[in-house]
Design a protein around this ligand. Structure first.
Ligand SMILES: [Fe+2]
Length: 149
């Protein structure tokens, strides 16, 4: 496993930390597919990562709304910008396959952004939610169901 949720990336809010753990597993799946130079497997794993990111960002955004988190609009903007970048990467992957720029983007830029975002945006959010003893409702936790799929 290449990507691990190390202690400095944990917020203490289990709902978010658990989703990040899953996110890193999906990221690892993409890296494995890239390493084996398998375009079909890479596209599949990449799509799976994108689906998980969408569900995970939606869950965080619902936690922020539910807890009236003061930084929520800035945090959501970071999610939106990243997903625009991710959609662009998906188009590049489709158009050029496992080209050098695409490989660089997948193996460096994506994981760097995710780690940076966790450190800068998600840790303060998780600590805020933990300190408020925030309890997500069932609907906003639905991303968890993907753990078994
Ligand atoms: Fe986030």
């Amino acid at each position: 496993m290449t990507f691990k949720l190390t202690s400095e990336l944990m917020s203490g809010f289990e709902e978010i930390d658990g989703q990040h753990r899953m996110l890193f597993q999906r990221l690892d799946g993409v890296m494995e597919a890239v390493k084996s130079d398998d375009l079909t497997a890479t596209k599949q794993a990449f799509q799976g990562l994108g689906d998980y990111l969408i569900a995970h960002f939606a869950a965080e955004e619902s936690f922020m709304a539910g807890a009236s988190y003061p930084e929520r609009s800035r945090h959501k903007s970071a999610h939106d910008l990243f997903m625009q970048d991710f959609a662009q990467l998906a188009r590049e992957l489709e158009a050029t396959g496992l080209s050098v720029p695409v490989l660089q983007w997948i193996t460096a830029r994506v994981p760097e952004w995710i780690k940076f975002h966790i450190q800068v945006n998600d840790l303060p959010l998780g600590r805020f939610l933990a300190s408020r003893r925030f309890r997500p409702d069932v609907e906003s936790r639905r991303v968890d169901k993907q753990r078994t799929s």
